[in-house]
Design a protein around this ligand. Structure first.
Ligand code: CO
Length: 635
C-alpha cells in the first residue's frame, strides 16, 4: 500500500490530470501550473487516508488561480475553487513566449538599434517577476518585466554585457508586449565573462587525484522514499515550490524511535535588490512563490555535484499540459567524512582516543535564472541536523559608465556593476520533539552586576524566556548574547530530569530585511522582517509569504497568520526561521561566484543524557597511518 507521504508518481499525476480534464468545470486552453502531493494533516497520517493531489490551473489570461483537490483513491474531484485576484508562479511556456514575442516587437528592435545592436538572435532576454509597484501595466494582468543582455554567440555569458536602460513589460497571459520602456543608453561593456575551462587557461596542473571510495557501499538503506542511516530515519518528497521536503525525522535511541521534526523545508526565499535605479529597483525575486525551487531543479552529475557512493532520487513533476516528467538525479544523498567527532589525549594516563565524524548529506540544487542555490541537509552522529545553503552562479549585473562608482552597487568588471542585494530564506520547521506538543524558549546569556553575589564580576547565566504567543515570538538573532531558541517537550524528561529539547542555533550572522517595512518588497516579504516566528500548527499555513506572492500587494503569510496572536503554550508549534546574507558584490564574485554559505544548526539540548556518539567505533586498524613515503621524501 502506498505510504501517505510517498513521492508522487507519473501515473498518479496523469490520473489527477485526467480527473481534472474530465470535470465539467474544465475549460479548453487551461494550463496546469503545478501538481502537488496534498499531504495528509498530521492527525490523519496514521489513518492511511485518501491519497490526494492538489492541482493548480490558470484558465486564461485573467489573474485567477483554480485550486483543485483530487482523490486518487476514490478517483473523484474533491474540491474545485477559484481563488480570485491571485497569480501563481510564472509559467515556463509563457516566459518563453515573452522572449520570442519581445524580440519581434518594433519598439524593442528600435531600442536595440539605438544601441547599435542589430544581431537580435544573440540578445538574451530574462523575464523577471514583476513585483507590485502600482504601474498601470500590472493591473489585472500576469506580467513579467524583461531585461536584456548581449551575447557574442549562443554559448557566451550574456551577463558580461547588460543592455542597460531597457525594460519591457510583457503580458504573459495575453502573450503581448505592453510597453517598451527606454530609460536611456549606457555604454556597453566590452570584456567577456566566460568561465569554461578553455576560457580560463592556463589551468592549474598540480592537483593530484582525490578518490572517495566505499568498497562495501554506503551505510544507509533506502526503501522507496524512506531513508535510514545510523540511528536516523526520514522520508523525502519533492515539491515543485519547496523542492526537497524532509518528513518524520526520527532518531533511534536504544530501540526507542524518537521524533524530532515532523516536516522541514524551505518555503520561501526572496532576493530584494537595494539599488533604487529605475532599471534595478523592481528586482525582488521570490524564488519559491514566483518560480518554484523544485521546478527549477536541474539533474545532478556523479563525481561533480556529489562525490563518493551516491544514491540519487528522481523527482516527478507535472508539465504545463498536466503530463508527468522526471527530473533525473534531482536529489543527491551520500555520506561524507567530516573530520573529528570527539577526541581526548589523557596526558597522565597516556591514552589517546579519537573518533571520526561522518554525516549523511541530502541535497538538491535549483537554478533560478542567473543564480544557483544548493540546499544541503546534514545529519550527524551526535544528533545534530544542519541546513547549509550554497549560493553560486552569476550575480545580476547592470551596465555603468566606465570609471563611475555607483552608490548602491559593486563594480565587478569595467563598465559592469552588480547591485547590493540580500538573499533571505524561510525554513519551515515543524518540530515534534518527543511528541507533537512543544514549546519554544528563547535562551541567552545574561551578565550579572558586580556585587555581593558576584564579587569578581565574572558571572553570567542563561536567561530563559518562554515565547507564549505569536506576537512575542517574532524575534531577531543576537550574537552578543549568544541568543538561541530551544524547542522543548513539556511532557518528556531526560535521565537528569530536564525537559528534552532541540536548540535552533544561528550558526552564521544573519540579517533581516533591509528594505523599508512599508516598501513594496517590505510588505511582500514580511517574513524576512524577523529571524524567528512561531505559529501553532495549521496544515494550510504552508509558505511564509503566502501561497501566491507573485505580484501580490503584500501582508500575506506569516504577518497575516500571526496577527491573531494565537497561544503557543501546550500545543503543536511550527518554527519559521528567516536567515540569509546581505550581498555587497565583490570582484571575486565575477564572472561566476565562488560558493557563499548560509544556514543554521539544530542541536540536541538535553534530548540525550550524555554524548550520544560514544558508541561510534574507533577507525579500523591501518586507517590512521601517516604516509611513510611522503615523510621520508620531505625529511
Ligand atoms: Co547574491
Amino acid at each position: 500500500m502506498t505510504h501517505p507521504l510517498a513521492m508522487l508518481t507519473g501515473e498518479e499525476i496523469s490520473q489527477a490530470s485526467a480527473l481534472v480534464r474530465a470535470d465539467r468545470r474544465w475549460t479548453d486552453g487551461a494550463t496546469f501550473v503545478h501538481t502537488i502531493l496534498r499531504e495528509p494533516a498530521k492527525a490523519d497520517l496514521d489513518a492511511r487516508p485518501d491519497r490526494q493531489v492538489e492541482v493548480q490551473l490558470v484558465t486564461g489570461p485573467e489573474i485567477d488561480v483554480t485550486e483543485i483537490v483530487v482523490s486518487l483513491t476514490r478517483s473523484t474531484v474533491v474540491t474545485w475553487d477559484v481563488v480570485e485576484g491571485m497569480r501563481p508562479t510564472l509559467l515556463m511556456s509563457e516566459a518563453v513566449h515573452a522572449i520570442f514575442t519581445t524580440k519581434e516587437h518594433p519598439d524593442y528592435i528600435a531600442a536595440l538599434a539605438r544601441r547599435g545592436i542589430t544581431d537580435v538572435d544573440n540578445v538574451q532576454i530574462d523575464p523577471w517577476p514583476a513585483g507590485a509597484f502600482g504601474y498601470e501595466a500590472e493591473q489585472g494582468r500576469r506580467i513579467a518585466r524583461c531585461i536584456s543582455f548581449l551575447r557574442t554567440d549562443p554559448q557566451d555569458n550574456g551577463y558580461a554585457r547588460p543592455i542597460e536602460g531597457l525594460i519591457v513589460h510583457f503580458d504573459l497571459g495575453r502573450k503581448e508586449v505592453i510597453e517598451v520602456i527606454d530609460h536611456g543608453v549606457v555604454t556597453m561593456a566590452t570584456q567577456h565573462a566566460r568561465y569554461f575551462a578553455p576560457d580560463c587557461e592556463p589551468l592549474r596542473t598540480d592537483l593530484k587525484p582525490l578518490e572517495i571510495t566505499q568498497p562495501e557501499g554506503p551505510s544507509f538503506t533506502v526503501d522507496g522514499n524512506l531513508v535510514q542511516w545510523q540511528k536516523w530515519s526520514m522520508r523525502l518528497t519533492f515539491d515543485p515550490y519547496e523542492g526537497l521536503v524532509l518528513h518524520q525525522v526520527t532518531y533511534n535511541d536504544a530501540g526507542n524511535e524518537r521524533s524530532i521534526l515532523h516536516r522541514a523545508s524551505i518555503t520561501e526565499m526572496v532576493v530584494p535588490y537595494g539599488d533604487p535605479a529605475e532599471t534595478q529597483g523592481f528586482k525582488n525575486a521570490f524564488d519559491v512563490g514566483e518560480w518554484g525551487l523544485g521546478r527549477m531543479t536541474q539533474s545532478l552529475t556523479l563525481g561533480c555535484d556529489c562525490l563518493g557512493e551516491i544514491h540519487y532520487f528522481d523527482a516527478t513533476l507535472a508539465k504545463e499540459d498536466g503530463e508527468p516528467y522526471v527530473i533525473e538525479n534531482a536529489i543527491c544523498m551520500h555520506e561524507e567524512d567530516y573530520g573529528i567527532l570527539w577526541k581526548h589525549v589523557d596526558l597522565f594516563g597516556g591514552t589517546s582516543e579519537v573518533r571520526r565524524s561522518r554525516r549523511l548529506v541530502v541535497s538538491f540544487i535549483s537554478t533560478v535564472g542567473n543564480y544557483e542555490y544548493g540546499f544541503f541537509w546534514y545529519f550527524y552522529q551526535d544528533g545534530n541536523i544542519q541546513l547549509e545553503v550554497k549560493l553560486t552562479g552569476i550575480v545580476s549585473p547592470m551596465a555603468i559608465e566606465p570609471g563611475t562608482q555607483p552608490e548602491y552597487a559593486g563594480v565587478v568588471a569595467p563598465g559592469v556593476a552588480a547591485p547590493n542585494h540580500q538573499h533571505m530564506f524561510s525554513a519551515r520547521l515543524d518540530f515534534d520533539v518527543d511528541g507533537t506538543t512543544n514549546e519554544v524558549y528563547e535562551v541567552e546569556a545574561e551578565r550579572v552586576a558586580t556585587g555581593p553575589e558576584n564579587p569578581w564580576g565574572n558571572a553570567f547565566r542563561a536567561k530563559s524566556n518562554r515565547l507564549d504567543s505569536e506576537s512575542v515570538a517574532q524575534r531577531e538573532t543576537n550574537s552578543a548574547t549568544s541568543r538561541s531558541w530551544r524547542i522543548v517537550s513539556p511532557t518528556t524528561q531526560n535521565g537528569l530530569g530536564q525537559p528534552t529539547a532541540y536548540k535552533l542555533v544561528p550558526t552564521m550572522s544573519t540579517p533581516t530585511l533591509l528594505a523599508q517595512p512599508d516598501s513594496s518588497v517590505g510588505r511582500r516579504a514580511g517574513f524576512a522582517q524577523h529571524n524567528l516566528w512561531v505559529t501553532p500548527y495549521a496544515p494550510d499555513e504552508r509558505r511564509a509569504a503566502g501561497n501566491y506572492p507573485n505580484q501580490h500587494d503584500g501582508g500575506d503569510g506569516l504577518p497575516r497568520w500571526t496577527a491573531a496572536d494565537r497561544s503557543l503554550v501546550d500545543t503543536d508549534i511550527v518554527v519559521w526561521y528567516s536567515f540569509g546574507i546581505t550581498h555587497f558584490v565583490r570582484p571575486e564574485d565575477w564572472p561566476v561566484m565562488p560558493v557563499e554559505y548560509t544556514g543554521f544548526l539544530l542541536t540536541p539540548f538535553g534530548f540525550f543524557d550524555r554524548n550520544p556518539a560514544l558508541d561510534v567505533p574507533p577507525s579500523p586498524e591501518g586507517h590512521c597511518h601517516a604516509n611513510e613515503q611522503h615523510k621520508r621524501d620531505s625529511a
